[in-house]
Design a binder for this molecule. Structure first.
Ligand code: FES
Ligand code: FES
Length: 134
Protein backbone atom coordinates (compact mmCIF):
# COMPACT_ATOMS: atom_id res chain seq x y z
CA UNK A 1 0.00 0.00 0.00
CA UNK A 2 1.09 3.55 -0.69
CA UNK A 3 1.72 6.03 2.08
CA UNK A 4 2.70 9.68 2.11
CA UNK A 5 4.71 10.91 5.04
CA UNK A 6 6.81 13.99 5.58
CA UNK A 7 10.30 13.06 6.72
CA UNK A 8 12.54 15.90 7.88
CA UNK A 9 10.31 18.35 6.00
CA UNK A 10 10.47 16.42 2.68
CA UNK A 11 7.58 14.43 1.26
CA UNK A 12 8.20 10.68 1.13
CA UNK A 13 5.71 8.74 -0.99
CA UNK A 14 6.37 5.04 -0.86
CA UNK A 15 4.84 1.60 -0.98
CA UNK A 16 4.96 -0.40 2.24
CA UNK A 17 3.87 -3.84 3.35
CA UNK A 18 1.04 -3.89 5.92
CA UNK A 19 3.36 -5.38 8.54
CA UNK A 20 6.38 -3.16 7.86
CA UNK A 21 7.51 -0.99 10.74
CA UNK A 22 8.37 2.67 10.44
CA UNK A 23 11.93 1.72 11.43
CA UNK A 24 12.26 -0.66 8.48
CA UNK A 25 10.87 1.85 6.00
CA UNK A 26 13.01 4.73 7.23
CA UNK A 27 16.22 2.68 7.07
CA UNK A 28 15.29 1.33 3.63
CA UNK A 29 14.86 4.92 2.45
CA UNK A 30 18.30 5.94 3.68
CA UNK A 31 17.56 7.38 7.12
CA UNK A 32 20.23 5.17 8.64
CA UNK A 33 20.62 7.25 11.79
CA UNK A 34 17.56 5.31 13.00
CA UNK A 35 19.10 2.22 14.59
CA UNK A 36 17.65 -1.25 14.99
CA UNK A 37 18.53 -2.54 18.43
CA UNK A 38 16.22 -4.81 20.41
CA UNK A 39 13.28 -4.53 17.98
CA UNK A 40 11.00 -5.08 21.00
CA UNK A 41 10.43 -1.55 22.41
CA UNK A 42 13.08 -1.90 25.09
CA UNK A 43 16.24 -0.01 24.13
CA UNK A 44 15.24 3.35 22.61
CA UNK A 45 17.73 3.10 19.74
CA UNK A 46 15.00 3.51 17.12
CA UNK A 47 13.56 6.74 18.57
CA UNK A 48 12.19 9.27 16.07
CA UNK A 49 9.70 12.10 16.51
CA UNK A 50 6.22 11.62 15.14
CA UNK A 51 4.40 14.94 14.82
CA UNK A 52 7.00 16.27 17.22
CA UNK A 53 6.74 13.58 19.91
CA UNK A 54 9.28 10.78 20.47
CA UNK A 55 8.12 7.27 19.53
CA UNK A 56 9.80 3.89 19.14
CA UNK A 57 9.77 3.30 15.40
CA UNK A 58 10.46 -0.45 15.80
CA UNK A 59 6.99 -0.92 17.21
CA UNK A 60 5.06 1.53 15.03
CA UNK A 61 3.60 0.29 11.77
CA UNK A 62 4.61 2.44 8.82
CA UNK A 63 1.00 2.62 7.58
CA UNK A 64 0.04 4.43 10.77
CA UNK A 65 2.42 7.25 9.83
CA UNK A 66 0.33 8.14 6.78
CA UNK A 67 -0.11 11.92 6.63
CA UNK A 68 2.16 12.49 9.61
CA UNK A 69 5.45 14.26 10.07
CA UNK A 70 8.52 12.26 11.05
CA UNK A 71 11.79 13.72 12.29
CA UNK A 72 14.99 11.69 12.43
CA UNK A 73 18.45 12.68 13.57
CA UNK A 74 19.20 13.80 10.00
CA UNK A 75 16.49 16.45 10.47
CA UNK A 76 18.08 18.00 13.56
CA UNK A 77 21.66 17.89 12.38
CA UNK A 78 22.87 21.05 14.10
CA UNK A 79 21.57 20.12 17.58
CA UNK A 80 22.73 16.53 17.06
CA UNK A 81 26.27 17.58 16.19
CA UNK A 82 26.38 19.89 19.17
CA UNK A 83 25.29 17.20 21.62
CA UNK A 84 27.47 14.57 19.93
CA UNK A 85 30.50 16.80 20.47
CA UNK A 86 29.47 17.27 24.10
CA UNK A 87 29.24 13.48 24.60
CA UNK A 88 32.69 13.10 23.16
CA UNK A 89 34.14 15.90 25.30
CA UNK A 90 32.70 14.23 28.38
CA UNK A 91 34.38 10.91 27.51
CA UNK A 92 31.26 9.21 26.13
CA UNK A 93 33.19 7.98 23.16
CA UNK A 94 32.34 4.31 22.79
CA UNK A 95 30.78 2.87 19.64
CA UNK A 96 28.02 5.49 19.40
CA UNK A 97 25.35 3.04 18.22
CA UNK A 98 22.90 4.22 20.88
CA UNK A 99 23.64 7.93 20.41
CA UNK A 100 21.01 8.78 17.74
CA UNK A 101 18.09 7.54 19.88
CA UNK A 102 19.50 9.22 22.97
CA UNK A 103 20.05 12.51 21.15
CA UNK A 104 16.48 12.50 19.78
CA UNK A 105 15.20 12.32 23.37
CA UNK A 106 17.72 14.80 24.79
CA UNK A 107 16.87 17.41 22.15
CA UNK A 108 13.14 16.84 22.72
CA UNK A 109 13.65 17.23 26.47
CA UNK A 110 15.59 20.46 25.96
CA UNK A 111 12.90 21.88 23.68
CA UNK A 112 9.94 20.91 25.83
CA UNK A 113 11.01 21.05 29.49
CA UNK A 114 12.09 24.17 31.32
CA UNK A 115 14.81 23.47 33.87
CA UNK A 116 13.99 19.77 34.37
CA UNK A 117 15.17 18.26 37.65
CA UNK A 118 17.73 15.46 37.70
CA UNK A 119 14.94 13.01 38.56
CA UNK A 120 12.85 14.20 35.60
CA UNK A 121 15.85 13.82 33.28
CA UNK A 122 16.63 10.34 34.60
CA UNK A 123 13.00 9.26 34.24
CA UNK A 124 12.71 10.71 30.74
CA UNK A 125 15.88 9.02 29.51
CA UNK A 126 15.36 5.72 31.33
CA UNK A 127 14.26 4.06 28.10
CA UNK A 128 17.54 4.79 26.29
CA UNK A 129 19.94 1.93 26.87
CA UNK A 130 23.58 1.75 25.92
CA UNK A 131 24.59 -1.70 24.71
CA UNK A 132 28.36 -1.54 24.72
CA UNK A 133 29.12 0.11 28.07
CA UNK A 134 27.82 0.17 31.61
S1 FES B 1 14.94 -1.07 18.50
FE1 FES B 1 13.17 -0.02 19.07
S2 FES B 1 13.23 0.08 21.23
FE2 FES B 1 14.96 -1.14 20.68
S1 FES C 1 27.96 3.77 22.93
FE1 FES C 1 27.87 1.78 22.09
S2 FES C 1 25.82 1.17 22.39
FE2 FES C 1 25.99 2.98 23.47
Amino acid sequence: MKIDIVVNKSLLSTHVDPDETLLEVLRKKGYTSVKQGCDTSNCGLCTVWLDGTPILSCSYLAVRAEGKEVTTLEGIKEEAQKFGAFLSEEGGEQCGFCSPGLIMNVVYLKKNFTNPSEDEINTFLAGNLCRCTG
